[in-house]
Design a protein around this ligand. Structure first.
Ligand SMILES: [Mn+2]
Length: 266
């Protein structure tokens, strides 16, 4: 389904863009202010400092569809600090099922820069001013028959094409829920696939297509060794180059108040 889709073929272009890709923040009510809440604030600080054009959340922003209103309010307050588009893809923890948090609260009504991808058939958004097309298929039911990238459309026009997907990078179908196959990445021909579900950064680029799991920015979720909580900064450079940097969040995210929210490494 296309929404806000405007093609201006005569003056289509791909401006340089800078994009923050995160996933698996897992905002939850426990131990509030939680590492997840601190991580989200740090990411917003970083997005402001880096002057990114777009903020992508590839699933599992919330730990569950049952988080209380006060936690949703915290997220809304953070998104309101940004003037750029914030794109949220429902993952398996915050799936777009009947009791979904995204049906309970209209985040866009409170933070107009936020878009939640909710079309169960996959949803396309167009940002003509950014020369950008976005697409993502939310998880409604996390099971082996749902394939997050299976219905990705063909490229349309001379725009940047970025997809969001939440699921398991799989060798073959029938094993994992919400499987994402290597050949689906390679064959789509899009510029970048922003992945979520794995909690540690992983580059799964295939063919000409750049695709990465951002890893969780939340230090008690990232689960691996110290300093592994991460996000990704993508730079799209005209006419068609995609460059990404892994951003490792500080192990003690409290530095957000001082030297900046994250520690950058190559
Ligand atoms: Mn997940």
């Amino acid at each position: 389904m296309n929404r806000e889709f405007l093609v201006s073929g005569n003056n289509s272009h791909r401006p340089d863009l800078k994009i923050l890709h995160t996933s698996d923040i897992h905002l939850c009510p426990e131990l509030w202010p939680s590492p997840a809440g601190i991580a989200l604030a740090a990411l917003v600080n970083g997005a402001l400092r880096e002057e990114v054009d777009l903020f992508l959340i590839a699933g599992d922003l919330f730990e569950s569809n049952r988080v209380p209103q006060r936690i949703i309010d915290v997220a809304i307050a953070e998104f309101r600090r940004l003037s750029i588009p914030v794109i949220i893809l429902p993952g398996n923890h915050d799936s777009y099922d009947a009791p979904s948090i995204y049906r309970r609260i209209d985040i866009t009504a409170h933070a107009p820069n936020v878009r939640v991808l909710t079309d169960a058939e996959g949803e396309m958004l167009s940002f003509p001013e950014l020369g950008l097309i976005l697409w993502g298929n939310p998880i409604v039911d996390h099971h082996p028959g749902f394939r997050p990238l299976a219905s990705i459309p063909s490229r349309q026009g001379d725009y940047w094409h970025i997809a969001l997907a939440h699921g398991a990078h799989s060798m073959r179908l029938g094993i994992d829920s919400s499987p994402i196959l290597a050949e689906e990445i390679a064959n789509c021909g899009w510029d970048y696939i922003a992945l979520g579900h794995e909690h540690r950064f992983r580059d799964v680029s295939n063919g000409q297509v750049v695709a990465c799991y951002s890893g969780s920015p939340t230090d008690n979720i990232a689960l691996t060794e110290d300093n592994s909580a991460s996000a990704i900064l993508i730079e799209l450079k005209s006419p068609g180059n995609v460059v990404f940097r892994t951003i490792y969040m500080s192990a003690t995210l409290g530095v957000a108040d001082q030297k900046g929210p994250w520690v950058e490494q190559d």
